[in-house]
Every structure is written in C-alpha cells, then in structure tokens.
Design a protein around this ligand. Sequence first.
Ligand SMILES: *Cc1c(COP(=O)(O)O)cnc(C)c1O
Length: 379
Amino acid sequence: MTDIPVQRAVALVDDAAVERNCRRLVGELAEGGSLCAVVKANGYGHGAAECARAALAGGAERLAVAAAAEAAELRRHLPDARILTMGALTEPELDAALAAASDVAVWHPRFAELIAERGAELGVRPRLHVKYDTGMGRLGERDPDAVLSLLDRVGADDRVELAGVWTHFATADELDSRFFGEQLDRFAAVAERVRADHPGVLVHAANSAATLRDPDSHFDLVRCGIAIYGLDPFHADPFERRLEPALELRSYVADVKRFPAGTSAGYGRRWRAPADTWVGVLPIGYGDGVRRALTNNAETLVAGARYPLVGTVSMDNLTIDLGAGTRVESGSPAVLIGAQGDERILCEEVARRLETITYEVTCGISARVPRVHVRSEGP
Ligand SMILES: *Cc1c(COP(=O)(O)O)cnc(C)c1O
C-alpha cells in the first residue's frame, strides 16, 4: 500500500482490495447468482459507505446492514442502492428503515401486518424478506409450515411486496460440521416450494463461509461480509483463498528509550527488561481498539521486522521491545495489522492471540482511529 504520512494511529483501508474481493466472490457464483455485500457495523470497522461503493463497483448488486440507522446512513451516500436491513426492528426503527427505502426482515405475522400498515401510512410499498430459522436459533421462524403460510400471507397482501425468503447458517465456517448440511436441507425444501408458489422471490442463505465452501448454498443471492474485506471466513490465511486483506492498522514509534535490565514498562509493571534493551513507545492503545488482552501477547512491525509488544497496553499507548542493538529511531512507522517489507501480521493472528475472530478485531477499532481510504494496484 502507499506510504502516507502517519498520524498517531490510522486504519488504512484499500477500497480497491474490497472491489477485487467482491469480483472474486462474484466469480464463484453460477449464472444468475448475485452478491449482496454486508456492510453492517460500519463495514466491519472498515467504513460502510466507502466499502459499499467499492463492493458495488466490484459487482455486488445489493447491500445489507443490521440496523435501520445503518440503512439510513448508507442511503444518504447511495441514493440508488438496493439495501436490506437484516435485524429486528422496533416500530420507530421500522419507520426509519422504510424511509430509507430498505427491504426489511419479517418472521411474525403480526409484524408483517405492522409493516403493511406503516407502509400505507408512509406511502410506500415495503419489500419483505421472510426469515426461516433453520438452526441458527436466533431471529426467524423455526416451523417450516409457519414460514410457508407467512409467505402466502405476505404474497397475497397488495400493500407489500414479497421480496425474499432467507436463512442464516450457524456453522458454515466449520468445515467438518454436519449441521451445515442439515440446515441447508431444511432450507432447500422450503426454497423448492417458494420457487413453485412465488416465482421471482429471492432465495438466499449463504454467508462468506458458505459461499466459498458449497455452491449448493448459493441460491439466488449470497450475503458476504468478512470475505469482501479480505479476511478468511475459515480463520486461516486469506491469501490461500485469493482474498486480500483491505485493512492495515498503523501507528508509529513516538519515542525510543534505553531500558536498563529490570526497568518496567506500563501499568502494573507487567513486563521488566530481562537485560539492557531499547523500548519503543507507540501512541496507540485500547482506546483505539488495540485490546488490553494483547499485553505481553502481540507483535508489531517496525522497519520490516517483528518486535514483541511488552508491558501493559494502556488506553493511549503501548510499548515494544526493540532489542539491545536497535537501529530503530523515533518517527519510524509501525504496523499492528498489515504488511511491512516482507513481513506481515494478519488480522487472523491478532484474533487467534485474543481467542476471538477477525470480525471482532476490525469491528473493535474505535472511532478515534481515522479510516484513510486508499486504492492499491493489486497483485
Ligand atoms: C453478518 C451476516 C452475514 C455476513 O456474514 P459473513 O460471515 O461476514 O460473511 C450474512 N447474513 C447475516 C444474517 C448476517 O448477520
């Protein structure tokens, strides 16, 4: 990526990588299949509007968010995009979603009625996606007969448009899971009925992991989030699946200090120099989303080499051990997630150290960190 002057901490987001990741996912789909780019939670921390635009340029035909406020924000930037709000909605949130011309999710007949009433009141014809809970155990109707009767009911109501039927997988990222197949079978049975009784209704199920593992899960539309940002849905190296990580988290070495043996770094003195060394101070901390659990448990890149994070991560600063004979000078760029020279620190590595998933790492980069959008040439 381009070398831009560093601020104390910055998240560099390569919109061209998002675009290429989307094109790569679209290439995975059979004729007639289309991609819905999931840009909820500020595009998994990458910046929703910019990533949405990049995704559309990369061949995505739709966008999905979780919350009505996210749909409204996206609509301000993209007047013509097709947007689906996937989450549960309170009544005022429903109004906001409809005002943003977003499709909405439904699984209770009484909510379908409310949507129809609110649509009539607002002078719009809401587009509904009936949600079938095939095993996620979260939002959606679990009884397939109830799903089919809700589909009939919505389909017969002129005040609304039956736009879709959908489900969500609980274990698509676990390659040895039988449960994925069970959910897929349940959904496929309903999908077959829908194709016969409600032609033209969008059938959709797959997230990124399902999209990459099983074409049978693609139906009319796949809803990909993590993969469009170039992160691997199976928690391995994204490059192996030709995905390009779009985000780099950067800071810089604000100071380099001599640490005689025994000198401690940070709150609680949780690290002491075992021998004389030099310590670099990076002005980035948990207030920026670098989690405190990375204390004595991470590496950073400076001048193309890995250096261990030592001592307690504080709100605004952290410290790294540069070693006894360091040539690193203050002002040097530092990378917490991303590449420098021949070295790289994958978001997957940070997630593994935190015993979490990449989703939580990028979502956790706080609003204090400016997102700087760039466009790379690509591999
Ligand atoms: C977040 C979400 C997705 C996208 O999942 P990824 O694993 O990021 O691809 C798809 N569908 C629903 C319902 C979601 O909530």
